[in-house]
Design a protein around this ligand. Structure first.
Ligand SMILES: [Ca+2]
Length: 369
């Protein structure tokens, strides 16, 4: 026990002094914003361990463990080399559903290789302050030049399959090319093999890992606990951020159609959808610049139960999507005063958010007493 306790202390470095708690008004409840940790360089992904500690990625390529008391560990060893440029770097972190036994952690990141860079996913076993037996289970092909549109979230479905959101690397047309992983929702087994019931298995000239296509840059995804389906959010161009519930084999339209227009002012064909494509479930014009996503399934704030939350980068806060089944009935904007990279419900019914800054923070949002 003594050795373990010493090891635990050695794991954590000194934490900077935290900002003060503050409270804000929302429709359901007054919310207290409690800083948990700060001094993180563009934190991107967060996963809560069974003991209440938090794994957080920093986009520059570091994975940190944050104790329940807010102490930040030294960088965890074993994380693979990332391309930390533009929107690329170390991105999402997700625990295996059997983490308590397996200690397996999944990381998405931008990886260099022939042609440039692409989104990859690796997994490894968390042992103390190290990831061991690290193995790459997915590599987006082809790798291309440029620092934009890597996606990416990594989400386990209730059936144990792994969804990986990607981006089209700011290359537009490849989102429609089934022989490319760019702009696709990927579905694989946790070991990287392809489930035989994926929609394009056995089709010549198509990548078998593809679940759905015609996506632009999906930086948020979550499983709706009521339906078991994956929901994603996708950055639109100038206008047209989207929410979709991607179905097997379907085409979500980018860049053939969009609710927005190209940044250079060039219009995109209207109407924003057509019969052979799936229209967005919900869209924002002007954009909020969607980041992460979570579903709220706790009784701590009963008015939020069954609703989704989406982070905003341009809109500085989180948006509550008030759902009626699979329809977005309305939204509530909760201004947090800064760019938000991820929002995730914690086991205790609070919301954890990551601020997007070079001095980024983890905040916990709880009903004020
Ligand atoms: Ca679309």
């Amino acid at each position: 026990m003594r050795v373990l306790a010493l090891g635990f202390v050695a794991l954590f470095v000194a934490a900077p002094a935290l900002a003060q708690n503050r409270t804000i008004a929302t429709q359901a409840t007054r919310l207290e914003i409690r800083p948990v940790a700060q001094g993180l360089d563009h934190p991107w992904g967060i996963a809560e361990l069974p003991d209440g500690s938090l794994l957080v990625t920093e986009r520059a390529g570091r994975l940190r463990l944050i104790s329940p008391q807010g102490q930040i560990s030294a960088a965890i060893s074993g994380v693979l080399q990332v391309v930390a440029s533009g929107q690329g770097g170390l991105l999402d972190v997700t625990l295996a559903p059997d983490f308590t036994e397996s200690r397996m952690v999944y990381l998405s990141y931008s990886e260099a290789g022939e042609g440039g860079a692409g989104t990859s996913v690796a997994r490894g076993k968390l042992e103390g302050n190290a990831l061991t037996n690290v193995q790459v289970i997915f590599r987006q092909q082809p790798k291309v030049s440029g620092p934009n549109h890597f996606g990416s979230r990594v989400v386990f479905a209730p059936d144990g399959k792994l969804f990986i959101t990607t981006g089209e690397r700011f290359k537009f047309d490849p989102a429609q090319d089934l022989n490319s992983h760019l702009g696709k929702l990927i579905r694989i087994n946790p070991d990287g093999t392809v489930p035989p019931d994926n929609p394009f298995v056995g089709r010549a000239g198509a990548k078998p890992e593809i679940w759905s296509y015609g996506h632009r840059n999906m930086q948020g995804a979550a499983i709706n606990p009521r339906s078991g389906a994956i929901w994603i959010n996708d950055h639109g161009p100038k206008g047209g951020d989207e929410i979709n519930i991607p179905e097997k084999g379907k085409n979500y339209g980018w860049p053939l159609v969009s609710w927005g227009d190209h940044y250079n002012g060039q219009p995109i064909a209207k109407p924003p959808t057509r019969p052979d494509l799936v229209d967005a479930l919900y869209q924002w014009t002007p954009v909020i610049a969607v980041s992460g996503m979570t579903f709220y399934d706790s009784s701590v704030v009963p008015q939020w139960r069954g609703h989704a939350f989406v982070g905003g980068l341009v809109y500085p806060g989180i948006v509550r999507l008030i759902l009626d089944g699979d329809r977005v009935a309305s939204e509530e904007r909760i201004d947090l005063g800064t760019r938000i990279r991820q929002v995730k419900q914690a086991a205790d019914g609070s919301l954890l958010v990551l601020t997007d800054a070079s001095d980024g923070a983890v905040w916990r949002l709880v009903p004020a007493k």
